[in-house]
Design a protein around this ligand. Structure first.
Ligand SMILES: Cc1cc2nc3c(=O)[nH]c(=O)nc-3n(C[C@H](O)[C@H](O)[C@H](O)COP(=O)(O)OP(=O)(O)OC[C@H]3O[C@@H](n4cnc5c(N)ncnc54)[C@H](O)[C@@H]3O)c2cc1C
Ligand code: FES
Ligand code: FES
Length: 1402
């Protein structure tokens, strides 16, 4: 049979001879279901999540599973029901999941949103009454780069089981279920609470206020006596927070009131209304369809396309059939969950001409129990495996299920739900990955596999003998894994699993292990021991000597522990250059894990060893702490619309998949696809380019090189970068030539066939190397005040040191993309691009083609995130598609693959600083000389602007009387680093704050004391000669200190650290001030064009682009407010260069200031023109008024313009106004660090932010939370690494780790400063820019971690100042703790000297 049969959103689909290379995602998007997004193509982001329902014959029930459509081969959907985002609801009639995420601000750019919706939807389909914990965990395979997750989690938790909801979140963040009647409103001081704060358990006790409404909730609102009731009854409904008669009371928290009002309007979730599982599919799966219906059969499909990578596909239904296929096709690739095979195809471009799906073979899914063991069918999914393990643990005594517990422990952190729902045990074992999570535990448990083949029948192989080398196993050709046999454990036996990854959730291991000991119950003498490690060799290995030395010894004997640790370290030592890197860290983890195991097992076996006391400290199996958030803003709103927490105007379109991004545009007839030929060399002379072989490939149209550029081949503001290189390449990944073909697949294949000859030239990669070799761009930026040298000569303390912060990848969920459509006449082209900079896109492409700018229109509907990454580098991509379109006269598209994007699009600049500082003994700063260097990459791009901002933020919030700040940009052979939210500001502040920490260490003072001592006062002058007016940082510092109970918690943290040896807590209070304005004077202008149509609807165009930050929403609010119209009357369609010309990029946090005023000016002009009509026609609908005005020949169109007054700074003279104002904030972070692994949890964060008079408070809170998460990622998990040959190591979500939902603060409190002076603020409605300023506050987590490391070092006797660079990854933190384990793992200096580590920071 060569067709597949399935259901898609309730409709039957039969595909004859389907394309065997297609993934489900490609199929969906090709058929116009573009709501499901492509974020990475490797299972790492969840943007492509869909729900796959099937009837499970083993369980006799319908199972719903979230899956990654990008890793799901289309051929595997036979017999399934696929539900995509389009199958749920529409923006007019959204599904409750969609509605709640949209209206509770869970969608910013919206690119990740369909994936989140589908994950939650799937959870609800399986369990309509989930707990909050289950809800948090359902998102473990979804990434969001915009929101900081909190609003998504909040929205999702409205579905949580009521019993849990009414239960309270305990101080430690865990949840206890409390019967509803006992719970009160949950607010502090509720009448249902006893004085102690405990709930009044007298369930029947009525609220003391005599109504069913909590007295405390009532306090937060007042009834509005003047407005009529909207509920139809002439009485108040009494629903606190949601009643139509309530208005916000001054001083109350509007955030909570708005939230309650929104929640009260939600549709009820009714699971009975969901799409049913089609009865035909049920009969199909059971093999009970009638003759006229599709029959469940073995599939054998041949490809019709001779170029297809997969030529032949089988889906056998029995083991015999499988073995027989293998005997005919010994090289056939078995495919189960495709989570390994799919990645190999996608990233390594491996071709498997014959593929065999094994999921529908019942024999491979059997689970059988015996007295001594359990056999798990090889191809049960990991989700099923986890579930069965849970049942075994429930049904058998703890001592018998040690192995099962360890396996389940590791599965908890194995990938995300979408992967676990499809990936299988055999897939993990057969891959034999050295970092497999399951294999070490299987090995430690002494598990075995059964292998079967047609030729040799069945045989059993112990796990210990199964792995032969890197991805090599004992399996013979033609053999398959039938099952895995795991023995029950015995009394006196303990088995544990440990895993350390770069990120806790959804990440592959750095080191993982399964550790087992079997002891005599009476004597504790060790009978057996097996310590199996992953991540320490080319394959899973046993620490033979360490295991052996344990046997015969007494478990609990400290001397035995020391011997084991020493043996383990001797065996598990890695070379400095080891693949994967982190040699010392990995070695230290092996002993740290062994020590953990020792402590926990001693405790569990009742051995009174000293270490047993540490069991609770070193255990990693505590109940996961739930996250919670609180947002606060006061109810002061001066205006009808502006200032309210209106949801993002596209949110409902985003949650339903209706929102269109560039790649969602349907292809035009004859459209072509473009691919890039990328340089493999960091620096080389281009000798020749030969495209003959590529052009031979059917479907290839053109290969374009520099000589095909008809106009200007140079671009960027310094004109130092070629569109396509003529003679030299400057970084690995640089596009050398472009291939245009009929499809993406052909274009990419052809690009690999273009032969380019290079002649190597010397390359420089890192900033330090560039400083050493003098590889610098010419420009210097300096801010000099006073006389630092004189101060250095006389100061009581003078210190010198270095600071460094690494790069950061934007990781917008939507990669760069562009579609160019030729108009076919007059050299006109329409460009649809994902860019923050339509004007530069227009101008550069016009120059490249040699046509006037008036022939090119750049359109931007929205972006799936930008964060600065699409400010300049996106221009090149649009220039490419336009060049290809010019030569082919066809529409041309490219959407970069994630790895292409990360290799070419530039990152946040790494910065390196050398400092010399003079202080007095009290910590008062006297003078500072700071020379800073950024890694600019191969061209200028925006590096000088970034440098200027870094230099001008080196003061952060402190007065330093004498300064000499000097900044330079290094020229290196990496991609050109570029704008990234905060644009050098956060780097400057980080270098300074990191220096302050070292100063504090030297002086023996707390860094908070130093911050306080030196904090600017109102009216102080900055090093760039700007007076600080409206200076609110000291106020917020006091507020956060007080509301965050800094002093009490400092004491608590210190107490905790005194009592805890291996877990340390840290606290950090950090301020920020961020200057708002473009550094380039002429960019400080905005424009708008507003049309009022005859029906009264209003179309607004302005110069800013929408990338999720809610700019269009704010602009529409300003227009509605100014025109005195409801928000619904205003529409913003897109940003385009033919409606808003000569625009500035949407950047610098200034777009709402600039374009907002421009919109206001246009609307004000229109409002003035319409005033006479409105007065005359009072009470008439606005449409009628507009029509009358039109008939009266009143111009209903107005253009608005705004230029920031007074701005302009002269760097040479240190004169003029650099920033129009400062957005300010303060954050307090608390963390807990596992000093044995370097893993951490952010326990709590409090932020107060001064955003002036916010245009939209909910959106501003969203910006704060999202920026904070990015700053946290930048300084902790996001390590961007290169190989020493200049190739990028971190090319995707597989090894570049942005924060996940589980990384955000467990308790996240954000409030807006209210009522602060804004006398000097001359912005639109006295608002402040907010996109970038909060980012630096994310570094408070870094500084809290530093504080925790200091406590750990103190415990080990270390007192030296701590030098810690950013990002403080688990590796860096673990090594910084400097204990005996680290000392044992150290590689002697001579073994490192002159040798190149696996990967380097640049
Ligand atoms: C985003 C992501 C996250 C991941 N996270 C983790 C992680 O945290 N820990 C971890 O260990 N791994 C992780 N992996 C790797 C992968 O998910 C696992 O190895 C998984 O168990 C593979 O199972 P599969 O069914 O998808 O295998 P497939 O990709 O279908 O197959 C893998 C290999 O197994 C072979 N095979 C399958 N069934 C049989 C059989 N019955 N007999 C013989 N050979 C067979 C196939 O031929 C193939 O060679 C991750 C992968 C991705 C994409
Ligand atoms: S696109 Fe599928 S997981 Fe990222
Ligand atoms: S809203 Fe999640 S990535 Fe933009």
């Amino acid at each position: 049979m060569n067709s597949i049969f399935f259901y898609l959103n309730g409709k039957q689909v039969v595909l004859e001879s389907p394309d065997l290379d297609l993934t489900l995602l490609q199929y969906l998007r090709n058929t116009g279901l573009t709501g499901t997004k492509l974020g990475c193509g490797e299972g790492g982001c969840g943007a492509c999540t869909v729900m796959m329902s099937r009837y499970d014959v083993d369980l006799d029930k319908i199972v719903h599973a979230s899956v990654n459509a990008c890793l799901c081969p289309l051929y595997t959907v036979d017999g399934k029901h696929i539900i995509t985002i389009e199958g749920l609801g529409t923006s007019k009639a959204p599904h409750p999941v969609q509605e709640r995420i949209a209206l509770l601000h869970g969608s910013q750019c919206g690119f990740c949103t369909p994936g989140f919706v589908m994950s939650l939807y799937t959870l609800l389909r399986n369990n309509p009454n989930p707990t909050e914990l289950e809800i948090e965990e359902c998102f473990d395979g979804n990434l969001c780069r915009c929101t900081g997750y909190r609003p998504i989690l909040d929205a999702a938790k409205t579905f949580a089981d009521q019993a849990w909801k009414q239960g309270s979140v305990n101080p430690d963040g865990s949840v206890s279920a409390v019967p509803k009647s006992d719970s009160g409103c949950g607010l502090d001081g509720c009448c249902r609470q006893k004085e102690s704060g405990a709930r009044d358990t007298a369930a029947a006790a009525p609220c003391t206020n005599g109504s069913d409404v909590c007295c405390k909730q009532k306090d937060t609102v007042v009834r509005d006596p003047t407005t009529p009731y909207t509920n139809g009854a002439n009485a108040c409904c009494g629903k606190a927070g949601t009643c139509c008669k309530q208005t916000a009371q001054p001083g109350s928290n509007l955030a909570e009131i708005e939230k309650a009002q929104v929640i009260s309007q939600f549709q009820k979730y009714d699971p009975t209304q969901e799409l049913i599982f089609p009865p035909l599919l049920l009969r199909y799966a059971k093999g009970k369809t009638i003759a006229s219906e599709p029959q469940l059969r073995a599939l054998e499909i041949m490809s019709k396309d001779p170029q297809a990578w997969c030529q032949r596909f089988y889906r056998p239904l029995t083991l015999d059939a499988l073995l027989s296929i293998l005997s005919t096709h010994p090289a056939a690739k078995l495919v189960a969950g495709n989570s390994e095979v799919g990645v190999e195809i996608k990233l390594k471009r491996t071709k498997f001409p014959v593929q065999v799906a094994v999921n529908d073979i019942a024999e491979l899914r059997q689970i059988t129990h015996a007295e001594e063991h359990v056999r798990f069918g090889a191809n049960i999914t990991l989700a099923r495996f986890e579930h069965v393990l849970g049942e075994l643990i429930r049904d058998h005594p703890e001592e018998r299920t040690q192995g099962f517990r360890a396996l389940r422990e590791n599965l908890r952190y194995f990938a995300g739900n979408q992967i676990r729902n499809v990936a299988t045990i055999a897939g993990n074992i057969a891959t034999a990955s050295p970092i497999s999570d399951l294999n070490p535990v299987f090995m430690a448990c002494d598990a075995s596999v059964t292998l079967v083949s047609l030729a040799a029948g069945a045989r059993t192989v112990r796990m210990a003998d199964f792995f032969l080398g890197y991805r090599r196993t004992a399996m013979q050709q033609g053999e398959v894994i039938l099952d895995v046999c795991v023995p029950f454990s015995q009394r006196g036996e303990i088995i544990k699993a440990f895993k350390q990854a770069k990120r806790k959730d959804d990440d592959i291991a750095i080191v993982t292990c399964g550790l087992r000991v079997r002891t005599d119950v009476e004597t504790h003498r060790v009978r057996e021991a097996a310590f199996a490690y992953g991540g320490m060799a080319p394959t899973t290995v046993l620490a033979q000597r360490a295991s052996k030395c344990a046997v015969g010894g007494t478990w609990g004997d400290r001397a035995l522990l020391d011997r084991m640790l020493a043996e383990c370290q001797n065996e598990m030592r890695l070379d400095f250059t080891v693949p994967g890197g982190m040699a010392e860290y990995r070695a230290a983890l092996t002993t740290s894990f062994l020590f953990k195991f020792w402590a926990i097992s001693c405790h569990e076996l009742g051995i009174g060893a000293v270490e047993a006391a540490f069991a609770h400290e070193v255990a990693d199996d505590e109940q996961r702490v739930l996250s919670k958030g609180k947002q606060e803003y006061a109810s002061i709103t001066d205006r009808a619309i502006v200032g309210k927490g209106v949801a993002h105007l596209s949110a409902l379109k985003q949650v339903t998949g209706e929102a269109r991004y560039v790649d969602d545009m349907p292809p035009l007839q004859g459209e072509l696809y473009m691919a890039m030929v990328m340089s493999p060399k960091p620096h080389a002379r281009l000798v020749s380019i030969d495209s003959a072989e590529a052009l031979e490939l059917p479907g290839v149209c053109r290969v374009l090189t520099a000589s095909d550029v008809p106009g200007e081949n140079k671009w960027n503001i310094f004109h130092d970068e070629e569109i396509l290189p003529t003679s030299e390449v400057h970084y690995v990944g640089q596009p050398v030539a472009l291939v245009v073909a009929e499809s993406q697949k052909i274009a990419q294949e052809a690009a690999r066939r273009v032969r380019v000859e290079y002649e190597d030239l010397p390359a420089v990669l890192s900033v330090r190397e560039a400083v050493r070799s003098g590889s610098l761009f010419d420009e210097v930026r300096q801010l000099k005040n006073g006389d630092v040298e004189k101060e250095f000569a006389s100061a009581p303390v003078v210190l010198e040191g270095e600071s460094y912060c690494g790069p950061q990848e934007h990781f917008y969920l939507e990669t760069m993309g562009s579609v160019t459509v030729p108009k076919g006449e007059s050299g006109e082209f329409d460009i649809y691009a994902s860019t923050q900079n339509p004007t530069e896109t227009q101008l550069v492409t016009a120059e490249v083609l040699g046509v006037p700018a008036n022939r090119i229109v750049c359109h931007v509907k929205r972006m799936g995130g930008g964060f600065g990454g699409k400010e300049s580098r996106s221009v090149l991509i649009a220039a490419f598609t336009t060049l290809c379109s010019y030569h082919t006269n066809k529409s041309v598209r490219i959407i970069l693959d994630r790895d292409e994007d990360m290799q070419t699009s530039g990152q946040r600049h790494p910065f390196y600083g050398k400092w010399k500082v003079a202080v007095d003994k009290t910590g008062k700063l006297l003078a500072l000389r700071m020379h800073i260097y950024s890694n600019g990459g191969f061209s200028h791009d925006l590096s000088i602007g970034v440098l200027e901002r870094a230099v001008s933020h080196l003061d952060n919030c402190y007065r330093i009387p004498h300064t000499d700040f000097v900044g330079r940009v290094c020229r290196t052979n990496t991609q050109s680093n570029t704008a990234f939210r905060s644009f050098g500001g956060c780097q400057g502040m980080f270098l300074l704050e990191s220096m302050l920490c070292e100063v504090a260490d030297h002086l023996g003072l707390s860094v908070e004391h130093i911050r306080e001592t030196n904090m600017y006062k109102l009216g102080d002058m900055t090093p760039f000669s700007q007076r600080l007016d409206d200076w609110n940082v000291p106020t917020m510092w006091r507020q956060v200190k007080q509301s965050g109970e800094f002093d009490r918690r400092r004491h608590e943290v210190d107490e905790f650290n005194r009592g805890s040896r291996y877990r340390k807590r840290g606290l950090s209070l950090v301020p920020t001030k961020f200057g708002i304005s473009f550094g380039v004077k002429h960019l400080n202008q905005g424009m708008s064009l507003v049309h009022i149509y005859m029906d009264g609807s209003v179309l607004v165009a302005h110069g800013g682009t929408e990338m999720g930050q809610g700019l269009h929403t704010k602009m529409a609010m300003i227009a509605a407010e100014t025109l005195e119209l409801p928000l619904e009357s205003i529409f913003i369609s897109e940003t385009a260069t033919n409606t808003a010309a000569n625009t500035s990029p949407t950047a610098a946090s200034a777009s709402s200031d600039l374009n907002g005023y421009a919109v206001y000016n246009a609307c004000k002009a229109l409002a003035d023109r319409l005033r006479p009509y409105r007065e005359r026609m009072a009470g008439e609908p606005f449409g009628k008024i507009a029509k009358t005005a039109y008939l009266d020949r009143c111009n209903l169109t107005a253009a608005g313009h705004y230029a920031t007054p007074d701005i302009g700074f002269n760097w040479v003279k240190n004169e003029g106004l650099l920033y129009f104002y400062f957005t300010q904030g303060v954050a307090l972070a608390e963390v807990e660090l596992d000093t044995l692994t370097g893993a951490h949890t952010t326990r709590r964060v409090d932020i107060v932010m001064d955003v002036g008079k916010s245009l939209n408070k909910a959106i501003d809170i969203g910006q704060i939370e999202g920026a904070f998460a990015q700053g946290q990622g930048w300084t902790t998990t996001e390590e961007f690494l290169y190989f020493s040959n200049g190739r990028l190591f971190t090319q995707g979500p597989g090894n570049y780790k942005v924060p996940s939902a589980m990384d955000i603060p467990r308790d996240f409190r954000v409030s807006l400063l209210e009522g602060a002076p804004t006398s000097m603020l001359k912005t639109i409605f006295s608002s402040k820019g907010i996109g970038e300023p909060p980012l630096f506050l994310g570094a408070s987590v870094f500084f809290a971690l530093r504080d925790a490391v200091l406590a750990a070092r103190k415990h080990s006797g270390g007192t030296a100042a701590l030098h810690l660079e950013s990002p403080a990854t688990a590796e860096m933190l673990r090594l910084a703790c400097e204990d005996d384990f680290v000392e044992m793992a150290r590689i002697p200096h001579e073994q490192k000297e002159g040798r190149v580590p696996f990967a380097i920071r640049i």
